[in-house]
Design a binder for this molecule. Structure first.
Ligand SMILES: C[S@@+](CC[C@H](N)C(=O)[O-])C[C@H]1O[C@@H](n2cnc3c(N)ncnc32)[C@H](O)[C@@H]1O
Length: 239
C-alpha cells in the first residue's frame, strides 16, 4: 500500500496546523513541508476549505461519484435486482472507496450501511465526505472484518474491487482513489466468508469483459453490454 503524507495547504487557517497534527497521529500519516514533497508523492493537504489529495501537482477532493446514476436506476440497479434486497435490510460494503455505492444502498434501504476501506486516507476522506449519510466507515481489510462477523448477520454483502474501474470509468475524479487504493482482487476466501455472513446474497462487481466472476464461480452473472461493468451474485438458499 502506498505511503501517504500530510501537509498544510497554502490557504491554511490558524487551526489547521493542530488539525494536521491530529490527523497525522490518528491516521498514521507522516507530516512534511509542502516544499519537500517529491513529484511522485501523494499527500493529504489540509486547508481552510477542507481536505484534498495532491499527486504530481493535481488536486482532488472527495466527491459523490456517479451517485445520481445509481439513484436513477433505483430498484433496477444490479446491487438490488440481483440480490433481491428489500427496504429496511442491512448491507456490508467490503470495498467502500469514497462511498458512492454505500450511500446509494443506505438511501435505498433506509438503514445504516457498514462500509469497510483498507486504505486509511480513503477511509478518512470517506468519513468526511459521508458526514450526514447513514454509512458507518470502518478502516481495515474487509476479509478480517467479515471473519469476525457472526454467521447470517447481514442481508447483503457487496464488493467492487479496485482493478475493475481502471479502464471502465474515465472519470478524472476517480484519480483520487486510483492514486492510493489497494488493487488486491477479491478472492475465493473472501467470497466464502461473505457467503457465511450474508442472509440474502453476495454480489460482486467486475470490469467490462472481465473474468473475475467466472473465476470465482458466481452462479448468476449480469453482463448487459460488453462495455458496461458486470455483476455476479451468489443468492443464499432459502432467503
Ligand atoms: C473501486 S473502489 C470502490 C468504489 C466504491 N464502490 C464506491 O462506490 O465509491 C475499491 C476500493 O476498495 C478498497 N479495497 C480493496 N480491497 C479491500 C479490502 N480487502 N478491504 C477493504 N477495502 C478494500 C480499495 O482501496 C478501493 O478504495
Amino acid at each position: 500500500m502506498r505511503a501517504v503524507k500530510i501537509t498544510l495547504g497554502k490557504n491554511a487557517g490558524p487551526t489547521d496546523p493542530a488539525r494536521l497534527e491530529s490527523l497525522a497521529a490518528t491516521w498514521g500519516l507522516s507530516a512534511v513541508d509542502r516544499a519537500d514533497l517529491a513529484p511522485d508523492d501523494v499527500a493529504l493537504v489540509v486547508g481552510r476549505d477542507g481536505l484534498r489529495l495532491v499527486h504530481g501537482g493535481v488536486y482532488r477532493r472527495w466527491h459523490p461519484g456517479m451517485l445520481h446514476t445509481l439513484r436513477e436506476a433505483d430498484c433496477a440497479h444490479p446491487w438490488i435486482r440481483l440480490s433481491g434486497l428489500q427496504r429496511g435490510e442491512s448491507v456490508f460494503d467490503g470495498t467502500l472507496g469514497l462511498g458512492t455505492d454505500a450511500t446509494f444502498l443506505a438511501e435505498w434501504t433506509g438503514r445504516r450501511v457498514i462500509g469497510c476501506e483498507v486504505v486509511p486516507v480513503l477511509a478518512l476522506l470517506a468519513s468526511e465526505g459521508l458526514a450526514g449519510v447513514d454509512v458507518e466507515v470502518r478502516c481495515g481489510d474487509s476479509l478480517d472484518v467479515l471473519r469476525a462477523m457472526p454467521d447470517r448477520s447481514v442481508d447483503l454483502v457487496i464488493a467492487d474491487p479496485m482493478f475493475q474501474q481502471v479502464d471502465d470509468d474515465a472519470s478524472a475524479s476517480l484519480d483520487l482513489v486510483r492514486w492510493v487504493a489497494d488493487p488486491k482482487p477479491i478472492d475465493r476466501a473472501w467470497v466464502d466468508q461473505a457467503l457465511r455472513v450474508a442472509r440474502r446474497a453476495v454480489v460482486l462487481k467486475d470490469r467490462a469483459r472481465g473474468g473475475l466472476l467466472e473465476r470465482l464461480g458466481a452462479p448468476v452473472i449480469h453482463d448487459k453490454t460488453r462495455r458496461a461493468a458486470r455483476y455476479g451474485a451468489w443468492p443464499i438458499r432459502g432467503s
